[in-house]
Design a protein around this ligand. Structure first.
Ligand code: ZN
Ligand code: MN
Length: 507
């Protein structure tokens, strides 16, 4: 079928919002960082030799029996509590039946109508575009336990997908790794903010999970994956439209882009009088588009039934309360506390939050820098670089400790800001630690007073008119001479000291 959608028809985003209201549902799968798998004792290390972390249970061999990983249940409960969910007093696992070559049992052990956590909420903030923040409350439908599948590798062919591949390989190391699937209720009323809200939600969830210490939450390694369900309804109508599910979007930026793209694409289909097909879609990072996957099954197609090989999970109330006591400070309180400790103005803190810079600033301050200096580096030079490379601040190839060291060199007078920026260039380019870059590139400030004094003399001799003005008491004119000296010294001088020397000599 050739739909408008796949012939490239797109409606301009803002125009689409004039006629349609988007509704979103976000499903996030997070891999827990337990040492062993969900139902067996196999290890879970990322990147091990293929098929070395398997056993009869996670390979689904006949006669093998699963046992629930208690640590995974504990993590699931803590996640549920952090998302303000109710925790089930009694719940079961269920078999979700479907065939997939990387799922050796031909069913996924998941939870169906008895999730361990349900009816929660969390709050996200986005910039309102006018210097303030807008808060959205996201209702959480459920968080349930399940297991990951193995991983297929399609060899040959242009796309890395199964179509056109010469053959496929399967690695079962990932099969059986504990997953928590967190599902929102439909998110409506966000209008043109929908893509930003989707991104902010996944970012907030990542921060919560990071704070809980239950997962590595590395989107690029697949330990946090987001499915973006999106539908459009006619503006003002309270009926939900047909949704598509864009699978496994693996960066925050892509979550926002995928939502935006689907709004433009579905608007074109509806404008043409066609119907949106209920289907899964693939996100293409390189081209920024989604393409058709498979027609989406409804729950009844999976023939869920309670897992007969596992006992129900019945967390006692005292245990749940004990786990509640282990929750970290909620992100919003944490932000308020850090803002007070750091002494940031509202506007400064807002930029820090928007840039996702709290963790890196916290680490830079812990490494011995003032909060303002840490903020300055991460929100100017480093934010620009992260933006250019399309990565998060924490993924830049420079550590908070290295940033702190650069600032220490500035504070000690060994570097000025301009030189410090070049040192950061070097560190990011992989030339080593700040001290190594200073040495290799010869960037330190010239502290040799003799050399400095000679350079000042040269500048005065070359600019007699300026020198006369300063002699006449116009200290403001010193700027031109400072500039000349800095140029002469290739930037490697302390501008403050240069100024002192000039004024001394022309007093
Ligand atoms: Zn196993
Ligand atoms: Mn799932």
């Amino acid at each position: 079928m050739t739909a408008v959608s796949d012939s490239g028809g797109l409606v301009d985003f803002d125009e689409a919002l004039e006629r349609f209201d988007p509704a979103m549902g976000l499903e996030v799968h997070v891999e827990l960082n337990t040492v062993t798998k969900m139902f067996c004792g196999c290890r879970t290390e990322f990147g091990a030799e293929p098929n070395t972390q398997t056993c009869p249970t996670c390979l689904g061999l006949p006669g093998s029996l699963p046992v629930v990983n208690g640590k995974a249940v504990e993590s699931a409960i803590r996640i549920g509590l952090a998302l303000n969910c109710e925790i089930a007093e009694w719940c079961r696992f269920a078999r979700k039946n479907y065939f997939y070559p990387d799922m050796p049992k031909n069913f996924q052990t998941s939870q169906y109508d008895e999730p361990i956590a349900f009816d929660g909420w969390t709050e996200v903030e986005i910039n309102d575009g006018e210097g303030g923040v807008e808060r959205f409350r996201i209702e959480i439908e459920r968080a349930h336990m399940e297991e990951d599948t193995g991983k297929s590798l399609h060899v040959g062919g242009a796309t890395g997908r199964i179509h056109g591949a010469d053959y496929s390989l399967v690695d079962y190391n990932r099969a059986g790794i504990p997953l928590i699937e967190i599902v929102t209720k439909p998110i409506t009323g966000t209008r043109e903010k929908a893509p930003a809200v989707a991104r902010a939600y996944v970012a907030a969830l990542r921060d919560i999970l990071l704070g809980l210490g239950v997962s590595d939450v590395r989107m690029e390694q697949g330990s946090l994956r987001c499915d973006v369900n999106l539908s459009l309804a006619l503006a003002g109508s309270d009926k939900l439209g047909t949704r598509t599910e864009t699978k496994n979007v693996n960066s925050l930026r892509s979550v926002e882009r995928a939502a935006r793209y689907e709004i433009s694409r579905q608007a074109a289909i509806l404008d043409a009088g066609e119907s949106v097909l209920q289907e899964t879609r693939h996100w293409h990072e390189d081209t920024g588009i989604t393409t058709s996957g498979r027609e989406k099954s409804d729950a009844e197609d999976y023939r869920y039934f309670p897992e007969p090989d596992l006992v129900p999970v019945a967390p006692s109330r005292p245990w749940v309360e004990e786990l509640r006591g282990t929750l970290p400070e909620p992100p919003r309180e944490r932000r308020a506390r850090l803002q007070a400790v750091w002494g940031f103005a509202d506007l400064e803190m807002r930029d820090v939050v928007a840039a996702g810079a709290i963790p890196v600033i916290e680490a830079t301050v812990a490494a011995g820098t003032t909060p303002q200096a840490a903020r300055k580096w991460w929100l100017s030079d480093l934010a620009r670089r992260a933006n250019e490379q399309g990565v998060e601040l924490a993924d830049l190839p420079i550590s908070p400790e290295q940033v702190a060291r650069v600032q220490t060199l500035v504070d000690e007078g060994a570097l000025n800001d301009k030189l410090a920026r070049q040192v950061i260039d070097g560190v990011v380019a992989g030339e080593g630690d700040p001290d190594a870059v200073v040495k290799a590139r010869g960037l330190a400030i010239v502290s040799d007073e003799g050399a400095l004094s000679e350079a000042v003399d040269r500048a005065i001799a070359a600019n007699p008119d300026v020198a006369d003005k300063i002699r006449d008491g116009k200290a403001a004119a010193a700027g031109a001479l400072i500039g000349a000296v800095m140029k002469d010294m290739r930037g490697q001088a302390d501008a403050g000291r240069v100024r002192e020397l000039i004024l001394e000599k022309l007093a």
